[in-house]
Design a protein around this ligand. Sequence first.
Ligand code: ARG
Length: 457
Amino acid sequence: MLWGGRFEEEPDRIAFEFSSSLKEDILLIKEEILCGKAYAEMLCRIGIITNIELNSITEALSSIQSEYDNKLWNPDPKVFEDIHSAIETRLYELLGETAGKLRAGRSRNDQVVTSVRMWTKKSAVNIINLLSNLQNSFIKTAELHVETIIPGYTHLQHAQPVSLAHHLLAYIEMFERDKERFSSVINSADNMPLGSGALAGSTLPLDTNYLKEKLGFNSLCNNSMDAVSDRDFVIDFLNSCSIGMMHLTRFCEEIIIWSTSEWKFAKIGDSFTTGSSLMPQKKNPDIAELIRGKSARVFSNYQSVITLMKGLPLTYNRDMQEDKHSLFSSYSIYSDSLKLMKGMFETIKFDNTHLLSLMKKSTILATDAADWLVLKGIPFREAHDIVGELVKYCLKNEKGFADLTIPELKQINSQFDESVLEVFKLENSLCRKKTPGSPNPKFVKEQISTWKSILSF
Ligand code: ARG
């Protein structure tokens, strides 16, 4: 125990177990050991410990890490309150009195937030890399489908033709925004809190700049009270995980729909689907469903920490210990989901012929027909009405635009002539798009090559 001095009674056993955070913060062991070593070096530089003491502390901290890695030391949450006390106790067993010197000027309040900031930065970098890997897979598939026409939807109704590549590039944009969000998480976590002590700094001449450099932080926290009580970077991280998961669920939903017998756009590989114990014909998109389902926990982790922090007076309050459960849970779900999404995506086979045949009998080129009339000088409002008539005719006669003959078209409106037939050819539709960012294969190819150079492959 780190604080027994002024107490006469032992803590209640259940209360102690209730308050132990070791099950969670054991995940911070690497950061704790790094901080311990840097802190010892700094204490030596300012003359609080000797070189000999520094060497023995550094060695002991390294051996605690390797004992843990080799499963020789596994502190019990029933015995230790948190990772800080567990490490200090082990250090004391290894070094005796010298171990206690490492506490000078440090409180668990600044200690825990330093480790959490380091963990958050490291994890945000991992997430950014996973997002880049996923972008790579999407780009590689997009490259194969610049000319693969699929229906674009609004309200889940056929709207206008797009290419599969264009559709996938929309996700690349989302993933890029996710990466930007995690970069800004790194910024918000990049201030070093040590030296703030419990809340009000230290009378010891602690060299915080040395610690900042040694621990790889960009700058120091400006205010000792804010330093120990700020968890905004945790909330930023959880918010970024939530938005990232929300993006994944949108693709999951699409792939679930696309792989139905009704839609038949695509098939997910066997390795990312499951069968039914009862219905032998079933092939279920469970991984996509589970990513969609697990997003609920990620969203609630964000909710949980913002609620946790609401109304807390300055500075450190024990409530804040609960941040770690949410933080680690969201990271684990989101990083697993990113890996699984990549694996699953790479097994998806798209059925190009079926995709094209789907739109043959359709009126999905209605907007293009209206644009054709506009180019003939007809106001769009009127063009919209004329094409509306055309759609009505097609629906009544079970025809697609491509099936219409000139006499039929002229009967609906005399302004139609031969040249409109070109507009009704699905294969031409994408090339006619003029605006950048549209599915015109020219723009799509440009974007793919830009992404390839950004992602360097
Ligand atoms: N386990 C605590 C946490 O994660 C560490 C800080 C405890 N500080 C204290 N004054 N009890 O927040």
